[in-house]
Design a protein around this ligand. Structure first.
Ligand code: GTQ
Length: 373
C-alpha cells in the first residue's frame, strides 16, 4: 500500500471526519464517504436471502386462516405472502417482499366464497396448484381455473374471484409489489359493487386466441392481456415437443409464457416459465442479475443456491435471490413453475448472466437448508 493510501485511511478515521460526519446528519444530510462501500458494490450484493417454504406448512396456515378470516367477516383476499427474512428491514410489512422486486403469496378460496373486485397499478399473476371450480373475473371476462393453469392480470384491470366448485382452491399469486412501492407508483381502487359481473362469454379470450397460437384479425387491444388463461394441457404439449431434442444445460425443458400478440412476456413486468426436469436430470449452475421465485408443481429434487442444498418436493416454494449461483437436480420427474424480474432488469439494461465452468458446472455443497415442514 502506498504511503498516500495509508494517509487517506488514517485521515478517514480521524476525529475531524467523525465529528463532521455526525454533524451533517443533524441537518438531514448524508456522508457519501460512509455510504459508498455499502451502496456501490463491485457486484450485486442481494439483501434477499435464499429461502424455502414447505407446502405442508403453507396448507396448514391457510386452513387456520380460513377459520379466522371467514366470509361473514368480509374483508380482503385470504392470502399469506412469502416474506423474505433478509428484507424485513423494509417497513411497514417488509414491503411484502419475497425478492427485492417481487412478491408472491398463496391464496385459499373455499366453495361459495367470493373475493370482491378491485384494480391496481401492480401487475398480478396466478398459478393454480390445487383444485378446480373457482373462477376469476378479469375486466369483465370470467375465466375458470384448474390445476396447472397460469393466469394473468396485468396492471389496472379489474379483477375478483369466485368459487362454484366443491373443493378448496389454492393458488400462487405473484405481483411486482416491492418494485411499484419503491418507485412510488401505487394506485388502488376497490370496485364499487362487490364482484364485477361478466360482460363477455366465459373463457372468452381462450376461445378467441386458441390458447395462444393465433390472434383474431382486427384485434386492437392485443398489447394489454389478450389471453387470460394459459391452460396446463397446452403447456405440457409444448414441453413434450421440446422433449424430442436435447435439454438446455441450464434450464432443462423450459418454456416461457408469452403474450401471443406481441411475443413479449405474458405480464409486462414479470417473466414466467414452466420447466420440466426429467428424473435424474441435473442442470449446470449459473447466476444472473434477475431473481426468481419457484413453485414445485410436481416432483422432487433439490436446488443448490450459493453452495447450500435446498431439498424440495411438490407444493414447496423457494427463492433464488439476484446474483446467487443456482443449479437444479431432479430425483423424480419434476415441473417447476417460476416467476422472475427479467423484464424489470431489461428495462434498466441490467440483465447479465454468468455460467459456472469448473467442476462440470456443479457447485460444491457446503451446507443444507432445513425447511420447517
Ligand atoms: O387476488 O387480487 O396476493 O390484489 C395480492 C394482491 C392477491 C388478488 C394478492 C391482490 C391479489
Amino acid at each position: 500500500m502506498s504511503e498516500n493510501k495509508q494517509d487517506v485511511q488514517q485521515f478517514m478515521k480521524s476525529n475531524v471526519v467523525k465529528e463532521f460526519t455526525a454533524d451533517i446528519q443533524q441537518y438531514n444530510l448524508g456522508p457519501l464517504w460512509e455510504a459508498i462501500p455499502e451502496i456501490m458494490n463491485k457486484n450485486p450484493r442481494p439483501q434477499a436471502e435464499a429461502y424455502l417454504w414447505s407446502g405442508e406448512l403453507l396448507k396448514k396456515k391457510l386452513m387456520e386462516a380460513s377459520e379466522i378470516f371467514t366470509p361473514e367477516r368480509g374483508g380482503e383476499r385470504r392470502a399469506i405472502y412469502f416474506q423474505n427474512p433478509g428484507l424485513t428491514y423494509r417497513q411497514p410489512w417488509g414491503w411484502a417482499s419475497t425478492t427485492q422486486t417481487l412478491y408472491a403469496a398463496v391464496q385459499l378460496l373455499l366453495p361459495g366464497e367470493e373475493a370482491p373486485s378491485h384494480r391496481h397499478t401492480q401487475s398480478a399473476l396466478r398459478f393454480i396448484s390445487e383444485g378446480k371450480g373457482a373462477y376469476t373475473i378479469v375486466q369483465g371476462e370470467r375465466v375458470y381455473m384448474e390445476e396447472g393453469d397460469f393466469l394473468i392480470t396485468p396492471k389496472n384491470l379489474w379483477h375478483g374471484h369466485g368459487h362454484v366448485g366443491d373443493e378448496p382452491m389454492i393458488w400462487m399469486d405473484a405481483l411486482d409489489i416491492p418494485t411499484i412501492y419503491s418507485i412510488g407508483g401505487t394506485f388502488f381502487e376497490p370496485y364499487e359493487d362487490g364482484l364485477q359481473q361478466p360482460n363477455v362469454p366465459d373463457n372468452f379470450s381462450e376461445l378467441r386466441y386458441s390458447g395462444g397460437m393465433v390472434r383474431p384479425v382486427g384485434d386492437e387491444r392485443f398489447d394489454v392481456a389478450p389471453l387470460a388463461n394459459y391452460k396446463w394441457s397446452r403447456t405440457t404439449d409444448a414441453i413434450k415437443g421440446l422433449m424430442n431434442f436435447d435439454p438446455d444445460e441450464y434450464e432443462g425443458y423450459a418454456v416461457e409464457y408469452i403474450n401471443p400478440s406481441t411475443g413479449k412476456t405474458a405480464n409486462p413486468t414479470m417473466g414466467t416459465r414452466m420447466q420440466h426436469l426429467p428424473k435424474g436430470f441435473s442442470t449446470k449452475a449459473q447466476r444472473h442479475t434477475h431473481s426468481t421465485i419457484y413453485h414445485v408443481h410436481r416432483g422432487e429434487g433439490y436446488t443448490v443456491i450459493n453452495g447450500i442444498r435446498f431439498d424440495w418436493k411438490q407444493g414447496d416454494y423457494f427463492v433464488v435471490p439476484n446474483w446467487a449461483w443456482s443449479e437444479h437436480h431432479a430425483m423424480l420427474d419434476s415441473y417447476l413453475f417460476s416467476v422472475n424480474d427479467i423484464p424489470i432488469m431489461e428495462r434498466f439494461d441490467l440483465e447479465q448472466r454468468e455460467q459456472l465452468e469448473k467442476n462440470n458446472g456443479q457447485q460444491q455443497v457446503t451446507g443444507e437448508f432445513k425447511a420447517i415442514r
